[in-house]
Design a protein around this ligand. Structure first.
Ligand code: ZN
Length: 265
């Protein structure tokens, strides 16, 4: 009896250890593979957006592509489009200043935060900020933009852009900014602090949508973008704190080349 229970306990311990190892590998995965580009690029100068396509063969589509992002939304065709549903939940804070944005949060596969649209769900892979907004809507750019990136189980990439305009402070942004790494480097895991992405998206989910790309090298196309019509507010102090580190981390708008932007009713 004693021996049996010892064996059982040992087996249980081994199982627990294996589970813990698997869990820590899952946690470590995004930390060790954080935003690293083989070839450096920048938002200005001789490694700037006009030259991205020539910096690395992997970036060629940045200049040769015909469905690039961001875009200026000037005319949109109203259409019966499926509603967006954000099924996000609070989770641990792992934050990186990756040299291109002051704040990016990476989410490992299986994190269970989903964008649900048209009967499909796309899991959150990361979110990050730009200043000012990369997108222009009816000639207007906003103080900042939040990009939430998602991926379907078939690999389909879907981006959500939330415009941020100067107004009241956002408590979640406040919390993120409190831990905003002041210089580029590795991911910081902040114990005991949880972040709920749900608090960063507007309750009103009207949107513009078009087919585009990721807005930084390698500029991969095949990305469906949902640009939310309703902006969220951030305070002047929050904008200034980001701008101190990244005053202009923005790719210029790209030609539509015949693409049609649709607008939810
Ligand atoms: Zn972005």
């Amino acid at each position: 009896m004693v021996a049996a229970s010892f064996v059982e306990t040992t087996a249980l311990l081994r199982k627990t250890q294996a589970l813990m190892l698997a869990a820590s590998a899952l946690l470590l995965a995004p930390l060790s593979s954080y935003a690293q580009w083989r070839t450096p690029w920048s938002y200005e100068g001789d490694k700037g957006p006009a030259h991205w396509g020539a910096l690395d063969p992997d970036y060629a589509v940045c200049n040769s592509g015909t469905a690039q992002s961001p875009v200026a939304i000037t005319a949109a065709r109203k259409a019966d489009l499926p509603p967006l549903r954000f099924a996000y939940k609070p989770g641990p804070l792992a934050i990186i200043n990756n040299g291109y944005t002051a704040v990016r949060l990476d989410y490992p596969p299986g994190n269970d935060n989903f964008l649900v649209v048209g009967g499909k769900q796309y899991e959150l892979t990361q979110f990050h900020f730009h200043r000012p907004s990369e997108e222009a809507i009816h000639g207007k750019t906003y103080d900042m933009v939040l990009h939430l990136m998602h991926q379907g189980s078939d690999g389909k990439v879907v981006g959500v852009a939330v415009m941020l305009k100067k107004g009241r402070a956002n408590p979640t942004i406040d919390r993120l900014w409190k831990y905003m790494p002041q210089s580029a480097g590795k991911t910081h895991l902040i114990p005991g602090v949880s972040i709920d992405p749900q608090s960063l998206v507007p309750a009103s989910t009207g949107y513009y949508t078009y087919e585009g790309s990721v807005t930084a090298p390698p500029c991969t196309e095949g990305v469906t973008w949902y640009v939310m019509k309703t902006p969220m507010e951030v305070s002047a102090d929050e904008i200034a704190a980001f701008a101190k580190l990244y005053p202009h981390d923005v790719r210029p708008v790209q030609p539509l080349n015949g693409r049609v932007v649709e607008e939810s009713r």
